[in-house]
Design a protein around this ligand. Structure first.
Ligand code: PLP
Length: 439
């Protein structure tokens, strides 16, 4: 597979000795840990193409990515899936639309709804949880049969714990109601490289974004938008330029370019290795530890069942030089990628085997998440005058801003909703002590 962006950067480095253009480091360095990066970090000079008007090396590299992912169109983002979500919603929904969405959405979704003034019909599914929800095709069917003029269905899968929704089933329901399906696949770029391709576009989604930087060897900020629809494809660049920087990082674009080569050479083989290593890790640790989630690269440990909080487990491992992706009161999530090898899996297993599990019963607060009442639109609340109050004093007030911890960046109360007793309890469970409310 060709790597047109990398090739251009190499020839540029060789042929141009005086850079009288941005970026200000000029490819030079004194004593600098990022020395090599400076050489390849350029701007839209002649021949370098331009992300939002791509017709040269970037367009060629994006076509390579589409081939690797077995989709019709792929577009790069140097602003992560956040820019992907802004772009997808603007292209598919536009202004004043109505979106049926699974509640465990990232704040980028809610913030974009404020920008495009979308109305959201939230679906929580059974055993609703803020971070992870098990929304099924029948939940979506119920919402679509009750609501008129729905512009799109929006699903986040895999979620932060690695739970995967039935995208195939949901896409069949969406087709029945003739409503486009948008998937936030930020955590699932690798799904295209499983023995049986489980990528959302292959399973029937109309458009999705993947944070390549989460599970593939790509620099932070590198992401894709994929679609098989020519209609949506024709809108992507224009909508991306509404939100994205006019100086997207060539280092990020180069790492996406390089990743095409890695994936085309050995994507499937690397994924098979991860699946096998994860299977061995789980069987080595069970039954002392239990897990939730379906995704191959996410390992979410139910730490509380072993008498530890998720945060305590994370801390014990940190003391052994192992840093997790996410932890909370009950769970600890480890995120693997195509770059991990057997030794990495073994190192986690060894460290976890050494942890003495206290024989304490930690009861999980099973209070179900109840959708708060909606008092005003997300847009109106987001742009209203607001004030910060203690969560204990917030009951009855209207949320103005989606206060969340990052990760996982999932709003507990969404702008425009009334903060009720249930929300206060959940906010406190996630150690959120203050919240912005409409004045
Ligand atoms: C589910 C989900 N969607 C979207 C995003 C935003 O992705 P990015 O950080 O690539 O902008 C994240 C980030 O963690 C996420 O977890």
């Amino acid at each position: 597979m060709t790597t047109p962006i990398i090739d251009f950067l190499h020839s540029y480095e060789k042929n141009i000795s005086l850079r009288l253009h941005m970026p200000g480091h000029k490819g030079k360095f004194w004593i600098h840990p990022l020395a090599e990066c400076h050489l390849m970090d350029i701007t839209e000079v002649k021949g370098a193409d331009s992300l939002y008007e791509a017709e040269g090396i970037i367009a060629e590299s994006e076509r390579n990515a589409a081939e690797v992912f077995s989709v019709k169109h792929t577009f790069y983002s140097a602003g992560g899936s956040t820019l992907g979500i802004q772009t997808m919603l603007s292209a598919v929904v536009g202004e004043n639309g109505k979106i049926v969405a699974a509640r465990n959405a990232h704040r980028a979704f809610v913030n974009t709804c404020a920008l495009i003034d979308a109305d959201v019909i939230w679906v929580t599914g059974e055993n609703a949880d803020v971070i992870s929800s098990s929304v099924t095709p029948s939940d979506i069917e119920k919402a679509l049969s009750e609501e008129k003029d729905v512009s799109a269905v929006y699903i986040t899968s895999p979620d932060y714990y690695g739970r995967i929704a039935d995208i195939k089933g949901i896409s069949e329901v969406c087709k029945k109601y003739n409503v486009p399906l948008i998937v936030d696949n930020a955590h699932g770029s690798h799904l295209a490289f499983l023995d049986e391709n489980q990528h959302p576009i292959t399973l029937g989604a109309d458009i999705c974004c993947d944070s390549a930087h989460k599970t593939l060897p790509v620099l932070t900020g590198g992401a894709y938008i994929h679609t098989n629809s020519d209609e949506y494809a024709s809108l992507i660049k224009e909508k991306q330029s509404l939100y994205g920087s006019s100086s997207p990082s060539y280092l990020i674009l180069a790492s996406l370019d390089c990743c095409n080569w890695t994936l085309s050479e050995s994507g499937k083989k690397l994924m098979q290795m991860q699946s096998e290593n994860m299977r061995k890790l789980k069987s080595r640790l069970s039954p002392a530890w239990s897990f939730i989630g379906d995704d191959v690269l996410h390992l979410t440990v139910e730490a509380y069942k072993a008498g530890l909080s998720g945060n305590d487990l994370a801390e014990r491992l940190r003391e052994n030089g192992i840093e997790c992706e996410y932890s909370d009161e009950y769970y600890t999530t480890f995120l693997f990628s195509l770059m991990d090898d057997e030794e990495d899996y073994n190192a986690l297993a060894e460290a976890m085997e050494k942890i003495i599990q206290p024989k304490i019963l930690i009861r999980k607060d099973e209070t179900p998440f109840i959708l708060p009442e909606k008092a005003m639109s997300i847009r109106k609340a987001t742009f209203s005058e607001s004030e910060k109050v203690a969560v204990d004093d917030a009951e009855g007030r209207i949320c103005a801003h989606n206060i969340t911890h990052c990760p996982p960046c999932i709003p507990i109360v969404v702008a425009g909703e009334v903060i009720d007793k249930n929300s206060v309890n959940i906010l406190k469970r996630y150690s959120i002590s203050e919240i912005n409310v409409v004045k």
